[in-house]
Design a protein around this ligand. Structure first.
Ligand SMILES: Cc1ncc(COP(=O)(O)O)c(C=O)c1O
Length: 421
């Protein structure tokens, strides 16, 4: 592609040009220096610009409010930094799985509503109130205890209520949900019912109409609850797959997680919306050895059936690089795919680099990016792309890029230790 360059001839002249060159050289060496400090053993690049773009595409796709699940360390990307970007972007809610995740975000300075999407416990009540977090209520005893506690303080809070329309996991069972919600509405007046939600179990499978049954049941409940006076609550059911498949105007909120991180749960989702992965992962070669036919590699001794040039890479299952990739996964080195030889170890993995020239210790191996995707790793391990990205370990430094530049790094060296118990 040809990109025209605007030139400012009036500012020309030898001094001007040499200072530009001087600055460019300086910037280049500064960049190299910064990257040598950041890109050390194994690291993940988290592209916040792509994250914003994914959020924009989601925003353009739906008229509903956005609740972005930021749980499980934002699916492995780093919850604080992603929450900060999501907040600046203007998403309406963030979703977490437990109070500890909510506290981390509040202590980081996140101000927008945070919803705990999973059930909470009586021992979480104090923190829920102190940190101004929205709990999901799916148990009537919990609702009563929360209400009593608030009553004593003469306070009230927003709550979400979950209904189980077929996920078989959490929420009031569909058959009793109406009665339970009526009880909460009429008797537990310190709880403001902000929203009622349910969750799909098979939305990505368009052949399967169970999702339709779920959404129809949920809308039926919605009609009954509105008739009985619950007119302010927002109803929602869609995760990423549900959002693109139904895009239902009756639903006031959507909760797309995996899409916000740039991955799809099925091929057919790609026709609805364009998102890109925001995480890529890299590691470094720490040894190169010419091994002979009959030599062995890694735990369990993989015996080589021919001479191989083998590179050792500093990533292992301790970094979330799955052991199930042993003898079948690939990394990319100098743009070429290198097959894993033998078992993936906790910290190290060996790959075949026979036929790839000019490789040196310290060179970079691409673990996830471009032609090697989280979907590929998931397929080889018979798991889902969610698990691959979410399990990229804490030991893998996260380098955050914004406006095309590295702006922040999170390493285990900066992990806080609370000594005072
Ligand atoms: C209640 C709830 N809503 C939304 C999501 C987001 O799902 P997805 O990442 O498939 O969009 C999850 C994820 O597990 C969830 O548990």
């Amino acid at each position: 592609m040809f990109i025209p360059v605007r030139r400012n001839f009036s500012a020309g002249g030898p001094i001007y040009h040499s200072s530009i060159i001087f600055l460019a050289i300086n910037a280049y060496f500064w960049y190299k220096l910064v990257m040598s400090v950041l890109e050390r053993r194994t690291w993940a690049k988290i592209d916040l610009d792509i994250f914003k773009n994914n959020l924009k595409h989601i925003r353009d796709f739906t008229n509903a409010e956005l609740l972005i699940p930021i749980k499980a360390d934002a699916y492995g990307h780093g919850s604080c930094e992603l929450a900060r970007v999501a907040e600046e972007f203007g998403v309406e809610y963030l979703g977490v799985a437990g109070i500890e995740e909510a506290i981390e975000l509040r202590e980081y300075g996140i101000k927008i509503p945070i919803v705990i999407l999973s059930p909470v416990f009586d021992f979480d009540i104090e923190d829920i109130i102190y940190y101004n977090v929205i709990p999901t209520v799916s148990d009537i005893d919990f609702a009563k205890n929360l209400n009593d506690y608030l009553n004593k303080m003469s306070k009230s809070i927003d709550i979400f209520i979950e209904v189980d329309t077929g996920m078989g996991r959490t929420g009031f069972l569909y058959d009793v949900a109406y009665g339970k919600i009526e009880t909460i509405k009429n008797q537990f007046t310190n709880l403001r019912i902000k929203s009622i939600f349910s969750h799909f179990s098979t939305a990505e499978d368009e052949e399967d109409d169970f999702a339709l049954t779920q959404i129809n049941q949920f809308k039926e409940l919605k009609r009954k609850l509105i008739q009985s006076g619950l007119t302010d609550a927002k109803f929602h059911i869609s995760n990423s797959a549900g959002m693109v498949r139904f895009n239902d105007p009756e639903m006031a909120i959507v909760r797309p997680g995996i899409l916000a991180y740039g991955l799809y749960t099925s091929e057919n989702m790609k026709k609805y919306i364009d998102v890109q992965p925001i995480m890529s992962v890299y590691s470094r070669i720490s040894r190169i050895a010419n091994l002979n036919k009959g030599d062995s590699v890694s735990y369990g001794r993989r015996i080589l059936d021919r001479n191989l040039k083998v590179a050792t890479i500093n990533i292992g299952y301790g970094d979330g690089f799955p052991h199930c990739l042993s003898d079948k996964g690939y990394v990319a080195i100098k743009g070429k795919k290198s097959k894993i030889i033998g078992n993936v170890c906790m910290d190290l993995t060996m790959v075949d680099i026979s036929g790839i020239d000019n490789i040196r210790v310290g060179d970079i191996a691409t673990i996830i990016n471009g032609e090697i995707t989280a979907d590929d790793l998931a397929k080889q391990c018979n798991t889902i792309n969610y698990e691959i990205i979410t399990r990229i370990g804490e030991r893998v430094s996260r380098i955050y890029y914004e406006n095309g530049k590295p702006i922040k790094v999170r390493t285990i060296a900066s992990r806080k230790i609370h000594n005072k118990l």
